[in-house]
Ligand binder design. Structure first.
Ligand code: ASP
Length: 601
């Protein structure tokens, strides 16, 4: 088959745009053969581009030459056709397709390129392994579902840019070759050739630069920016990911949260046609943990955790009373109409409990004749009555108890809450529930490092009324921080920043950093704080996760054009890869493990 050139053909339409109103018009379409059906005299081609599918008909009687050419077309060949838009025969319309009322009767066909047989069917179900699909990502990106995700990603980004720009934010690019800023993960390092032995780091976030922009007086900054974190691969994380990063001067928590909410409400209304009620609910961190057992609570359903510790303090049920004696808690959730869960189903909940480090769970089914539970015989009628009253229990309900140290009990019940909601179908698709979680602890003790570390980052301001605790009881200091949670996923976080030299130095001291370490790591930043830093605050949203939730994708990989694999490699290019010895020499580097550098260096 000869390959034609486009010559003077001009495409009049993309493959998604022809409608009934175009019937009778001439059209030139170009695209990929999505599917071919050969009925002998008639050959049907579904012609595809990123805008849609159009049915093309080749009729042997009307145009034998094109028909002959069409007979040898294969999937994924690139063709151009000239023809006339016609109504589909009555009963042959396809209501699923926007172009489903029409077809194009081909009068001329050019083959613009052939295609090798693809390793998986572009039009088929997702049957190939993920690795194969990632290797041939450009073929997978021809699939309408992925095209849709990326079109949405583009629209969401565009909308955010326009919104923020309208609110007086200005997009400023910050360096990608920089000094590491501590966000708690490992840096990707880039060796310097000009300054041998020295390294840049790829930014984990533009945190310090955006603060410097506030000190420069830019007032409102934003950036849709790539960030890099060399973390051990957990599910649904990417080593490079995108943040919507913003920072504002002369404002506080309310200012940033207000902009964040307005941006989300505007975005969801414009892109999804969904009205999000404002203001978003706000939960303090400690309340989120107490009531939902999580710092990213899914509030699309209730089933809140209830503390029953005082009811069981002197109970003859030893598991409960001895846990309480050791300073632990007894907490429970009530699952409405949950008594129908079988023993087997309840046993299968164990992993939700043990994954959080808790030792176990006790259940009780509320029956007409009383509690059906292994603990029933240890409890007085007053106690069971009090438990029911506190939880609002009624016949047919199920109560799950966990007795453990506070952290384990909360986490276990938090997990059970989500698991039960999933099993009961309480989480409706398509609903969006935003909540702010504020006032996280500023610091937490790291056993590994033997010192306090910042929960967010060291530039987060402590709550004014807690500053006096900084030296004596640092773990009790609350931060002026706020996380944005959507449907139980953290989609963003930020804080009011420390803006005085004195307080910033004090926090570095509490973090156990010596004068020298501070100078070495943050000298430039400390110095800048000394030249009139305005009060400022900001937030960063995880753009990939936000898009994934908005398009209903299970994984952020489905909204990234070329994602990394679970092993942090690029399946298309095979990065990371070996380099030539000369490249290493030029950088003043050599590899410790010669096993790694066989072919090249
Ligand atoms: N830089 C922070 C982060 O990436 C967000 C912020 O505090 O603005 O998590």
């Amino acid at each position: 088959m000869s390959i034609d050139t486009i010559g003077d053909w001009e495409r009049t339409n993309d493959c998604g745009s022809l409608r009934k109103e175009d019937i009778g018009r001439g059209a030139v379409l170009m695209g990929w053969v999505h599917r071919r059906r050969d009925l002998g005299r008639l050959i049907f081609i579904d012609l595809r581009d990123r805008f849609g599918l159009t049915q093309i008909v080749f009729d042997e009687e009307a145009d034998p030459e094109s028909h002959n050419k069409a007979a040898i077309l294969r999937n994924e060949w690139v063709i151009a056709i000239k023809g006339e838009v016609a109504a589909r025969l009555a009963g042959q319309e396809n209501p699923e397709l926007p172009t489903g009322d029409i077809e194009v009767k081909a009068k001329e066909l050019k083959v613009l390129n052939e295609s090798a047989i693809p390793p998986f069917q572009v039009d088929g179900k997702i049957d190939a392994s993920e690795n194969l699909r990632l290797k041939y990502r450009y073929l997978e990106l021809r699939r309408p579902a992925l095209v849709h995700n990326l079109v949405m990603r583009h629209e969401i980004a565009l909308h955010i840019r326009n919104f923020l720009s309208g609110e007086g934010f200005m997009e400023v690019e910050t360096p990608a070759l920089t000094k590491s800023t501590p966000e708690g993960a490992r840096d990707y390092l880039v060796p310097s050739r000009v300054n041998k032995g020295l390294f840049y780091a790829l930014p984990q976030s533009p945190q310090l630069f955006k603060q410097l922009l506030m000190m420069a007086g830019f007032n409102r900054y934003f950036q849709i920016v790539k960030c890099f974190r060399d973390e051990d691969l957990r599910a649904d994380r990417q080593p490079e990911f995108t943040q919507v990063d913003l920072e504002m001067s002369f404002t506080n928590e309310r200012g940033v949260m207000g902009v964040g909410e307005a941006m989300m409400a505007d975005l969801f209304s414009a892109v999804l046609g969904v009205q999000i009620p404002r203001p978003f609910p706000v939960l303090e961190y400690s309340d989120a943990i107490d009531s939902y057992g999580s710092d990213k609570p899914d509030i699309r359903f209730n089933m809140e955790l209830v503390d029953l510790t005082n009811l069981f303090a002197s109970s003859s049920f030893k598991l409960f009373s001895s846990t309480i004696e050791k300073g632990g808690l007894v907490k429970a959730i009530r699952i409405e109409d949950g008594a129908s869960f079988s023993r087997k189903e309840l046993d299968s909940l164990d992993s939700s409990v043990t994954n959080s480090g808790a030792k176990g769970m006790v259940w009780a089914k509320l029956r007409f004749e009383g509690w059906q539970s292994s603990v029933a015989k240890y409890l007085t009628p007053e106690t069971t009555h009090a438990v029911e009253e506190r939880l609002g229990g009624k016949e047919g309900d199920l109560i799950l108890f966990v007795a453990d140290k506070a952290q384990q009990a909360n986490q276990a019940l938090g997990n059970l809450r989500i698991e039960m909601a999933k099993r009961l179908g309480l989480i409706k698709k398509g609903g969006y529930s935003f909540v702010w979680v504020t006032r996280f602890p500023l610091l937490e003790y790291s056993d590994e490092e033997g010192r306090f570390v910042a929960v967010h980052h060291p530039f987060t301001a402590p709550l004014e009324e807690d500053i006096f605790l900084l030296d004596e009881r640092p773990e009790e200091v609350r931060a002026r921080s706020y996380d944005l949670v959507l449907n139980g996923a953290e989609i963003g976080g930020g804080s009011v920043r420390v803006h005085t030299l004195e307080l910033q130095n004090r926090i570095f001291r509490v973090l156990g950093l010596s004068e020298e370490e501070v100078q070495e790591k943050f000298g430039f930043f400390i110095e800048a704080l000394g030249y009139g830093a305005p009060p400022h605050a900001g937030i960063a949203l995880g753009f990939d996760r936000l898009v994934a939730i908005m398009v209903g994708a299970d994984s952020i990989r489905d909204v990234i054009a070329f994602p990394k694999t679970q092993r942090a490699t690029c399946a298309v290019t095979n990065a990371p890869s070996k380099v030539y010895k000369e490249q290493l020499t030029e950088l003043g580097l050599s590899l410790i493990d010669p096993g790694i550098d066989t072919d090249f260096s």
